[in-house]
Design a protein around this ligand. Structure first.
Ligand code: BG6
Length: 477
């Protein structure tokens, strides 16, 4: 058998992409609520365009999303029916601390997640909780400039103290920051960073990243103190860079691009700024202000496991003639002529998952966890909401085979696998509903119309079989 007996099969979501209920239960407004569908989205999520409140000209899909806030029992029952061993979800910070800087948490928000975790346990589903999946209370954005301010470390620490204590015994697996490297590519969505004209963006991003890295180390420390059973992971938007050619210039370019992303995990897993990053920051005139004790915190509280999302590999070159870009998870890369692509232009590379798993395992020698992978596609349901999504089954089966090879043939230590968007939800990149990842179809369109009814797709039973056989049977019949 390729996978460990307690392999954590499941699915993943994020609060702002599925909960809705943005103003219910005392929840405060968050950066992620303010990303509209349409042409202004990219400017907003990259921190170039200011959108600190709703306006009448835009549609904001996260406000109601798929209404999981009210329907989580039905959804978790469906996950239970598929045999999920784990369900990855995120806590909305502004449900627990509506403004972010209060001293007392909001009981309604705490209770909501407590009930949700209990519901998971009814089906023997182990919650895997992302403490922040891109969200930051808007009050912290407006008053402190979000993660650019050192004060956020303390507010995040309060959040961690509260949730680790309250959910002791209910939650054991934690991720500190979703796709921590996303701060470089979508700084407002990823970390609440909005840039004033003329600001040195790189300086702001790396200082904010430092604050997140310290906050992550503090979270790891508290998690272990509160309950030695807790396991804390970092989370990387992964996908190995390939050199476009064997020209050493291309090889070097791919190495440098990989390091831009590995930097975060190097700190979280090895406990210090890597030499290449120190040099690169110096060269670029970026000065990181470190407080007394930061180096010790980073060194002494490294993560227990490495989690990551994988949608595609990437390509690097220095050849200016090869500028044909392809879409990707927020950051576009050079097009790889050997690969096909999804309807959204994301290139499909199952072997790239094996390569990425090996790269990460070679580099860190810690257990890995794939916490996002999947195909965003247009689904056409019949009148009962049933979708024949063989394309999704094929995509997943090929990636699972690659993952199996990494475990069975290469000896990678893998804790689990959660598909992204196990139930259809709002796309983070585009805000669309049309870009669906789920085993469960949700009747809702890009403009927010629809009954929100849930129905099983063909992939629902397929994934159930995969889990029942612990990944032995990946066939589609
Ligand atoms: C990851 C995020 O970047 O990719 C998710 O962690 C996101 O929040 C997922 O939804 C897929 O991207 P998209 O743009 O298709 O939603």
């Amino acid at each position: 058998m390729a996978f460990r007996k307690d392999f954590l099969w499941g699915g993943a979501t994020a609060a702002n992409q599925c909960e809705g209920g943005y103003d219910q239960g005392g929840r405060g407004l968050a950066n992620v609520d303010l990303a509209p569908v349409g042409k202004d989205r990219i400017g907003v999520i990259t921190g170039e365009q200011k959108m600190f409140d709703f306006d009448d000209d835009h549609f904001y899909p996260a406000k109601n999303a798929i209404d999981m806030y009210h329907r989580y029992k039905e959804d978790i029952a469906l996950f239970g029916e598929m045999g999920f061993k784990t369900y990855r979800l995120s806590i909305a910070w502004s449900r627990i601390f509506p403004k972010g800087d209060e001293t007392e948490p909001n009981e309604d928000g705490l209770k909501f997640y407590e009930d949700l975790f209990k519901e998971c346990h009814k089906y023997n589903i182990e919650p895997l909780v992302t403490i922040t999946h891109f969200d930051c209370p808007m009050h912290l954005v407006e008053k402190y400039g979000a993660w650019r301010s050192r004060e956020l470390v303390g507010f995040y620490e309060n959040l961690c103290q509260v949730i680790f204590n309250r959910y002791k015994g209910l939650v054991k697996y934690w991720l500190t920051f979703n796709e921590i490297n996303m701060i470089l590519h979508a700084p407002f969505m990823g970390a609440g960073l909005y840039f004033e004209p003329g600001e040195n963006k790189e300086q702001v991003k790396y200082q904010a990243a430092h604050h997140e890295l310290v906050a992550s180390a503090i979270a790891t420390k508290i998690a272990h103190e509160v309950d030695p059973e807790n396991k804390v992971g970092c989370m990387l938007a992964a996908g190995a860079y390939y050199p476009y050619s064997c020209n050493p210039e291309d090889v070097w370019a791919s190495r440098k691009n990989d390091r831009e992303n590995y930097f975060f995990i190097d700190v979280q897993s090895r406990g210090e700024y890597p030499a290449y990053a120190i040099k690169e920051l110096e060269r670029n005139g970026i000065e990181i202000k470190m407080a007394d004790g930061d180096a010790e915190l980073l060194k002494n509280h490294t993560v227990d496991f490495i989690s990551f999302s994988y949608y595609s590999s990437r390509v690097a070159t220095t050849d200016p003639d090869l500028l044909e870009k392809t879409e990707g998870n927020i950051f576009a890369s050079i097009k790889n002529p050997y690969l096909k692509a999804s309807e959204w232009g994301w290139q499909i590379d199952p072997l790239g998952l094996r390569i990425t798993l090996n790269d990460l395992y070679d580099r860190y020698q810690k257990p890995l966890f794939i916490v996002e992978n999947g195909l965003g596609a247009v689904d056409t349901p019949d009148e009962n909401g049933y979708v024949e999504d063989d394309y999704r089954i094929n995509y997943l089966a090929e990636h699972l085979q690659a993952m199996k090879d990494a475990v069975e043939l290469d000896g990678v230590d893998l804790l689990g696998y959660t598909t992204w968007g196990c139930i259809d939800l709002v796309s983070a990149g585009t805000g669309e509903m049309k870009k669906r990842y789920g085993f469960i179809y949700v009747d809702r369109d890009n403009d927010g119309n629809g009954s929100l009814k849930r129905s099983k797709k063909k992939s629902f039973d397929w994934y159930k079989k995969v889990i029942t056989t612990n990944g032995e049977d990946l066939s589609n019949d």
